[in-house]
Design a protein around this ligand. Structure first.
Ligand code: SAM
Ligand code: DTB
Ligand code: SF4
Length: 329
């Protein structure tokens, strides 16, 4: 069952897929997953917050926004040696992708950006796929990152365009889409997805998936995060995310974007092995590993090692589907 890859999904089609009885939806998604992906392999990625906290934006979920008192350990840009050492450790523990995160609204053409460029060179030289998430970006900045060896750029849409204003007021959905277009024009692969648990409706989740699945080409990587509710943020008291809603989101994303890596991202700390197994069955094939995401705890290497052993999963090799024109060592 290798249907054509489509970017012309209608909102009604996405709605219909999403609202199917869950087990039927998961069966269909698992079938597509088997047709397009190596289902025994899961991509293992590690995050590092290279610049933490003090962010001018007001993202209601984020512990790094300066305006919320969250007790996050604020620090300026880390020294390059520390970043490359953390990447080497992540590689030794089995990660093939390393993602540098900065609590910036946007990239500025200053010495910090020069330093990020050096970090990208250093991590790429280790043979890891390098990803950055640095906020908004111009095409010229994206080109500089690509020339330094960047493989992917992460920039999440988070939720539907309709719900976006309830969560963030300091930038627009169009700003986000513009950065995605700039990133694409530079020839970088795209990592963009969203968060479940922001008080959004099913229609908002459908709207987000529709926006992602009508990008042409599709993003190579689609992170589905469950909100990590952090004390001090406006969303601190949101109810816990239902793992079955995560499975529904992942299954719908898999049906819409068969070739993408769908990442079961933040929020695994609150999920059982069985919850995560259902998400892998539904089409997830990537995780963040290590005991920390950017600022919040994550399931450590031991717990994930045991999970992979229980489920018979193995880590996906780096640069497996590298597009011919992308630089890699
Ligand atoms: N400042 C840059 C930006 O906003 O694009 C990059 C860093 S930002 C922390 C990266 C992504 O992390 C956000 O777009 C959001 O999707 C995710 N994120 C942040 N806080 C989260 C939380 N508490 N729970 C789940 N995901 C979160
Ligand atoms: C993504 O979709 N999730 C990651 C990564 N891309 C940058 C970030 C999750 C952050 C969770 C909250 C924290 O640890 O600060
Ligand atoms: Fe800043 Fe990014 Fe957090 Fe928003 S999500 S407050 S832009 S670090």
């Amino acid at each position: 069952m290798c249907a054509a890859i489509r970017s012309d999904w209608s909102l009604d089609e996405v709605r219909e897929l999403y609202h199917q009885p869950l087990l039927e939806l998961i069966f269909q998604a698992a079938t597509v997953h088997r047709a397009y992906q190596a289902t025994a392999e899961v991509q293992v990625c590690t995050l590092l917050s290279v610049k933490t906290g003090g962010c001018p934006e007001d993202c209601a979920y984020c512990p790094q926004a300066a305006r919320y008192q969250t007790g996050v350990n604020v620090h300026k840009l880390l020294p390059i040696e520390e970043v490359v050492a953390a990447a080497a450790e992540a590689k030794a523990k089995g990660s093939t992708r390393f993602c540098l995160g900065a609590a910036w609204r946007e990239v500025r053409d200053n010495r910090d950006f020069d330093q990020i460029i050096d970090m990208v060179r250093g991590v790429n030289a280790l043979g890891l796929e390098v990803c950055c998430t640095l906020g908004m970006l111009t095409e010229e900045q994206a080109i500089r990152l690509k020339e330094a060896g960047l493989y992917a750029y992460n920039h999440n849409l988070d939720t539907s365009e309709e719900h976006y204003g309830e969560i963030i007021s300091t930038r627009t959905y169009q700003d986000r889409l513009r950065t995605l277009a700039n990133t694409r024009r530079a020839g970088l692969t795209l990592c963009t997805g969203g968060i479940v648990g922001l008080g959004e409706s099913d229609e908002d989740r459908i709207g987000l998936l529709h926006t992602l699945a009508t990008l042409d080409p599709h993003p190579e990587s689609v992170p589905i995060n469950a909100l990590v509710a952090v004390e001090g943020t406006p969303l601190a008291d949101q109810p816990p995310v239902d793992a079955l809603v995560m499975a529904r989101m992942i299954a719908t994303a898999r049906l819409l974007m068969p070739r993408a890596m769908v990442r079961l991202s933040a929020g695994r700390v609150n999920m059982s092995d069985a919850d995560q197994a259902l998400c892998f069955l539904a089409g997830a094939n990537s995780i963040f590993a290590g005991d920390r995401l950017l600022t919040t705890p994550n399931n450590g290497t031991d717990r994930d090692g045991a999970l992979f052993a229980r489920l018979g999963l193995s880590p996906r090799p780096a640069f497996k589907d590298v597009p011919a024109e992308l630089p890699h060592p």
